[in-house]
Design a protein around this ligand. Structure first.
Ligand code: NZQ
Ligand code: ZN
Length: 387
């Protein structure tokens, strides 16, 4: 087992109606709040009005229209400006992972005198950040329980996962009923994203029996409950299980004691989203089975056997490569069965920029150090196989 040093400072408040506790949580900060949100889903949900009612005696400033794959310019820059000009005390992010990720970058940028891109691109280490409280409305990223945010910069085709211990939310509100309105497309993409977060931790050299069981159960819970959510969007238990499995996704708890993996599918997908602005979970679902096929080897096969037998119930009394290939096919078929488009051309990506993207990924994502190392040629082959 690998050594680790682990702490998640985020308070999770989970369940129907928990938003009523918002004033009590916000009371520990000052009265000046930056409320951040996306394109309007929180207004349709009634959550915008609810927050305004609960925080009636606060001074609320707003940053709206934060897009999926949140943009440095204008969203991060505008948010930092509002915080600095109005001496904001706390950020309240209400929405999906994009809103929360953007808010994390704003939180750090608000306490920094220079260009916030210096922080996001790791040129400068943040010394402070505004506190963040969130009400998450989409089960997917796990941003509500981790220290990262992913920010896109259109002009340079960068999509960077910016992580810093200062960026853990102080408190996350998780009410599964807010996810009843999430579309089928986003429900499926959220499931694929969270499944891939687990796989990025599962496929490694050194793992623990405990962690493997936790992750195998996480994958099964996500598959079973995503199907239920798609059949009945208002199935509270299914939405709740999905929300919790997603929340664990990115803060390291699934893989305590496991060795480094390099998160290769995320490294590749972030470039696809940066170049083509596609939905993150869909990009991952398309890449994952092709990555699996590409790295299957004598060195990696045993992990695929364990995955296939324990997650998909494949008969263990077969040739190990047969089991591994069945596991990869089952992964593909599951994503297909929840109506995720399974080819890059289905999401508007052709072969015209593969070389450019592969080079960008090879230079920026460090995948030569992954569990199954990937060089530029490997990356180009995986993207080509995904077309
Ligand atoms: O903008 P609004 O109107 O709010 O609509 C959003 C958006 O169009 C909508 N939505 C959210 N909650 C809803 C809802 N629609 C109806 N009912 C609700 N309750 O869903 C759309 C997608 O929202 P978005 O926030 O983009 O989705 P998600 O939560 O999947 O976030 C994706 C972003 O997170 C990053 C991704 O790269 C991507 O940029 N990631 C963040 C991670 C992290 N912080 O740890 C890890 C992930 O690997 C991921 O990279
Ligand atoms: Zn992800």
């Amino acid at each position: 087992m690998q050594n680790f040093d682990y702490q998640t400072p985020t308070r999770l408040i989970f369940g129907e109606g928990v938003v009523e506790k918002l004033p009590g949580v916000m009371a520990q900060f000052g009265k000046r709040v930056l409320l951040t949100y996306g394109g309007g889903s929180i207004k349709k949900l009634g959550l915008y009005d609810k927050v305004k009612e609960l925080l009636a005696d606060y001074e609320i400033y707003e940053l709206s229209d934060i897009q999926p794959n949140p943009k440095y310019d204008p969203s991060v820059l505008d948010g930092v400006k509002i915080c600095k000009e109005n001496d904001i005390d706390v950020i309240l992010a209400v929405g999906g992972g994009s809103v929360l990720d953007c808010s994390k970058a704003i939180a750090a940028g608000a306490k920094y005198d220079g260009d916030p891109w210096n922080l996001i691109s790791y040129k400068v280490k943040a010394q402070a950040a505004l506190p963040i409280v969130d009400i998450i409305t989409l089960a997917a990223t796990g941003s509500e329980y981790d220290s990262g945010g992913v920010i896109s910069r259109t002009e340079t085709n960068d999509k960077i996962g910016y992580m810093d211990r200062l960026l853990y939310p102080v408190c996350s509100f998780l009410d599964p009923t807010y996810t009843f309105t999430v579309s089928k497309k986003q429900t499926a993409a959220g499931c694929a994203d969270a499944m891939n977060h687990i796989m990025e931790q599962y496929f490694c050299e050194d793992s623990t029996l405990l962690g493997d069981g936790f992750m195998e159960a996480g994958l099964k819970s996500l598959m079973i409950n995503a199907r239920k959510c798609l059949e009945n969007p208002e199935d509270y238990t299914a939405r709740a299980e999905m929300m919790l499995a997603c929340t664990y996704g990115c803060n390291g708890i699934y893989s305590l004691g496991s060795s480094y993996t390099g998160w290769p599918c995320h490294g590749i997908e972030h470039a696809l989203s940066a170049y083509y602005d596609i939905t993150h979970g869909e990009g991952l679902a398309i890449i994952t089975p092709r990555w699996m096929k590409h790295i299957l080897s004598e060195k990696t096969v045993d992990r695929f056997v364990k995955y296939g037998v324990n997650v998909f119930g494949i008969d263990a009394n077969q040739d190990k490569f047969d089991i591994a290939n069945q596991a990869i096919d089952a992964t593909y078929k599951f994503f297909e069965s929840i109506n995720i488009p399974m080819h890059l051309k289905d999401v508007g990506i052709d072969d015209s920029r593969i070389g450019e993207m592969a080079h960008h990924i090879a230079v920026n994502e460090g995948l030569e150090d992954a569990w199954a190392p990937l060089n530029e040629e490997d990356i180009a082959q995986i993207i080509t196989a995904s077309l």
